[in-house]
Design a protein around this ligand. Structure first.
Ligand SMILES: Nc1ncnc2c1ncn2[C@@H]1O[C@H](COP(=O)(O)OP(=O)(O)O)[C@@H](O)[C@H]1O
Ligand SMILES: [Mg+2]
Length: 259
């Protein structure tokens, strides 16, 4: 039984001048519970568009997304907000942590929003920060810790309420190779130990090699899909091979700017 299905997803962006752009064309996807799925493709191919639709951040022009047997594309605004708060966790390239809060307060935010008791929140905070090796920085402010630590804090925030699915858009996009490895090992650990279903957009073949399956999109359509065997190095090579078949600019603007 898949945990997420997308059927016939089409996204057309309009503009004031009446120019329309079809970013995604009748896209089908099925994700099993516990999968670690990577989404790759050239810059502008529709990766972020797809992730935003799968994660309920955006709504499709046509088609449906079903998560855990709820067709989220049919939900009212209020029901969708509740659903998103309980069932989803997000990790972004630029962490999206609040600078006015400590690292710990940031991580507990989803629990605060879901009205948990303080004692329970503190317990959960301890658990997830220990899992991610950041228990020593919970009292610190955002500007006092490194990018790699911030991204692990963002992961802690994404998982603290035990969401059905974690969505990550370029989680290693701002990180050096050492911090990228730590972040990917954290995501892999959570996926393997806790069976957290994870869907990650990345242009980085190294990050993608931690996934169990990678789909490649081109011009808003499925181009190819490959599965990891028992060897990450081999999978890394397979990913590079599909990338060279795909062509196009695999580097997103942001990664060029910040790396
Ligand atoms: N809000 C928007 N309005 C208009 N066009 C958009 C918008 N967001 C994305 N696009 C266009 O849709 C296409 C896919 O974008 P995106 O999903 O961001 O690609 P990717 O994440 O693969 O780089 C691009 O051509 C982009 O310019
Ligand atoms: Mg993108």
């Amino acid at each position: 039984m898949p945990i997420l299905t997308a059927a016939n997803l089409t996204k057309i962006y309009g503009s004031k001048r009446g120019i329309h752009h079809e970013a995604l064309h009748q896209f089908h996807l099925s994700v099993d519970k516990g999968e670690f799925l990577g989404i790759m493709g050239p810059s502008g191919s529709g990766k972020t568009t797809l992730l935003n639709l799968l994660s309920t951040i955006d709504t499709p022009t046509s088609g449906a997304v079903t998560i855990n047997q709820t067709t989220v594309t049919n939900l009212t605004k209020n029901k969708l907000a509740t659903f998103r708060r309980k069932e989803t966790g997000f990790i972004f390239q630029d962490y999206n942590l609040l600078e006015t809060l400590t690292v710990g307060e940031n991580i507990m935010l989803p629990l605060t929003l879901n009205k948990w008791k303080v004692k329970e929140m503190t317990k959960r905070l301890k658990l997830v920060t220990e899992q991610l090796g950041i228990e020593d920085i919970t009292e610190k402010r955002i500007f006092e810790v490194s990018g790699g630590q911030l991204q692990r804090a963002a992961i802690a925030r994404a998982i603290i309420h035990d969401p059905t699915i974690i969505y990550a858009d370029e989680p290693t996009g701002n990180l050096d190779s050492k911090a990228s490895r730590q972040v990917m090992e954290s995501l892999q650990f959570l996926n393997q130990e806790k069976k957290t279903t994870t869907i990650m957009v990345t242009h980085d073949p190294f990050a993608a090699s931690f996934c169990g399956r990678v789909i490649f999109i081109k011009d808003g359509r499925m181009f190819n899909e490959i599965h990891k065997g028992d060897n990450r190095q081999r999978f890394f090579q397979d990913i590079l091979n599909v990338q060279s078949l795909l062509g196009g600019n695999m580097d997103d603007f942001h990664s060029i700017r910040f790396k």
